[in-house]
Design a protein. Structure first.
Ligand SMILES: Nc1ncnc2c1ncn2[C@@H]1O[C@H](COP(=O)(O)OP(=O)(O)O)[C@@H](O)[C@H]1O
Ligand SMILES: [Mg+2]
Length: 285
């Protein structure tokens, strides 16, 4: 399990992530949905120690990322496309990562085959298309056979075949009982990929719910989402529904949200920092 608690991050006057708390459970694909600029990448960077939070903490299997021995063997990340030296071959890139984490060289061949790059393993990675670069990033994430996969907008720029491939991969990893956390600004993609959704807007939690539960709140997942972000912008409220073992929403006044249930009252934290403009109406860019 991953526990995110009170995570907060400012960039100058911009409040990028605002007291964010949620859990991510193994065995399902958890989508992290929010508009461009809503704080998804900042949150994911803080989860793996690439950015330092102003407040709050993240525990992965009970420990902060920085205290995991051999982190590549615990958490596989795809946080940036093309996070490799362009002059190195795909194989050399993976070999270097493996050597740095005590992973046997034979595993490099395994993951090259798994992502379908075995035929181009000697080519300089700098010559790769975006789709091939994403596959190399995923090979790196899988190298340590990790229990946790964190993918930030993995389908961006991919063709339909590549999108389906990544979706199938994530679902099969979740089915093996791993933790899969994947961000997207695309509702349609999340509808196809995720079982659960963490929805954020302007750095704040808007919903922590099952995809089916959120869809059932309106005529479509997209409508439910847009109602949620509009309500969240007004009230700062969050939907927490269908949380196995979690606390039921008890304190929200009835009728305080689109469906009149499952809504928390406005968060107590003040709007002292400048917020970036929230919620574009187009979601397909
Ligand atoms: N390194 C940075 N310096 C300054 N502002 C940043 C930086 N990274 C992100 N931000 C700002 O923080 C907010 C959240 O950004 P980000 O986490 O990238 O959102 P998302 O991944 O959801 O698109 C945005 O307003 C963005 O401009
Ligand atoms: Mg991002």
């Amino acid at each position: 399990m991953i526990e995110v608690r009170g995570l907060t991050k400012h960039y100058g006057p911009v409040l990028a992530v605002d007291s964010l708390s949620f859990d991510i459970r193994p065995g399902v694909v958890t989508g992290f949905l929010g508009a461009n600029g809503s704080g998804k990448s900042t949150t994911m960077r803080m989860m793996v120690g690439l950015d330092r939070p102003d407040a709050g903490m993240v525990r992965i299997g009970g420990r902060p990322y920085g205290e995991l021995g051999w982190p590549l063997r615990k958490v596989g990340t795809l946080l940036e496309a093309k996070a490799f030296h362009p002059g190195r071959s795909a194989r050399a890139h993976l070999m270097a990562l493996a050597a740095g984490s005590g992973i046997p060289a034979s595993r490099v061949e395994d993951v090259l085959g798994l992502v379908g790059l075995d035929g181009v393993a000697r080519r300089r990675a700098g010559t790769f298309s975006l789709g091939m670069a994403q596959r190399l990033g995923i090979a790196a994430a899988l190298l340590g056979d990790p229990e946790v996969l964190l993918f930030d907008e993995p389908v961006n720029g991919l063709d339909p075949e590549g999108i389906r491939w990544i979706r199938t991969l994530m679902r099969s990893f979740a089915a093996e009982g791993r933790i899969v956390f994947v961000s997207s600004h695309l509702i349609s993609e999340m509808a196809l990929t995720a079982d659960r959704l963490i929805v954020i807007g302007a750095g704040r939690l808007l919903a922590d719910t099952a995809v089916a539960e959120l869809s059932a709140r309106s005529v479509s997942l997209e409508d439910a989402f847009l109602e949620l972000t509009a309500a969240g912008a007004e009230h700062g409220s969050a939907v927490r529904a269908d949380r196995p073992g979690g606390e039921p929403p008890s304190s929200g006044p009835p009728g305080s949200g689109p469906s009149g249930r499952g809504l928390y009252p406005p968060a107590a934290n003040g709007a002292t920092a400048t917020r970036h403009p929230s919620y574009p109406t187009e979601w397909t860019s």
